[in-house]
Design a protein around this ligand. Structure first.
Ligand SMILES: [Ca+2]
Length: 210
């Protein structure tokens, strides 16, 4: 009888951390890692900052294989970050003359600690525009109107002038990115037959970790 009670207590101790450990969020907060401990604190000096915990966690630290890395325990967890910065969010071609290719660029810069990199893409397109380029070059050859987007940079996804459509991938990387800049060059040329009106297009750009 005494043995049975002892086993029950041990089982509860092992199960409790599992119940308490999970990412939690509300409208205002996101706690990505937590631990049920009975001690610990943050200690600082002029040179160091140490966060320690006592109890509640076992088998901590980093374990790796050729395909995976596990950072066990909330002290080891590093939440991933990804930032996308645009140096401009507006492109304006003005009123181009017929047959003259007009261009305007912006730079998208990405930082991420994702070890599998990122992908930058056009997630949605709305509004009106000139006829989308279909031959890979916005040059007005053949007196056609054309509109498209070129990309350049170390991780640019293509080398032609592309039609701007949803899910168009602009740049991608398979490694950690630091200040990874991709220049987006919008190009347009109207023909003498292009209908005179105001064209306005809205793009949503999305950067996501791979
Ligand atoms: Ca062309």
């Amino acid at each position: 009888m005494r043995l049975s009670k002892t086993l029950l207590v041990i089982a509860l101790i092992l199960l409790l951390p599992g119940v308490a450990q999970a990412a939690m969020s509300s409208a205002n907060y996101f706690i990505y890692a937590d631990s049920l401990d009975y001690g610990g604190s943050e200690s600082t000096s002029t040179s160091n900052n140490v966060q320690d915990s006592i109890g509640g966690e076992v088998a901590l630290g980093s374990n790796t294989s050729t395909s995976y890395e596990i950072k066990a325990g909330y002290q080891s967890i590093e939440i991933g970050t990804l930032t996308l910065n645009l140096d401009s969010n507006t492109i304006n071609f003005g009123q181009p003359a017929a047959g003259v290719v007009v261009i305007s660029s912006l730079v998208a810069t990405i930082d991420t600690n994702s070890e599998t990199g990122y992908s930058l893409s056009v997630s949605s397109v709305s509004g009106s525009s000139l006829t989308a380029v279909g031959d890979g070059a916005v040059d007005g050859v053949g007196s056609t109107e054309e509109y498209g987007l070129a990309v350049s940079g170390s991780h640019a996804a293509y080398v032609t002038d592309a039609a701007i459509v949803a899910n168009l991938v602009l740049a991608s990387s398979v490694t950690i990115a630091s200040g990874d800049a991709t220049t987006l060059t919008f190009k347009a040329v109207r023909s003498a037959n292009t209908a005179a009106q105001s064209y306005s297009q809205t793009l949503v750009l999305t950067a996501a970790a791979n």
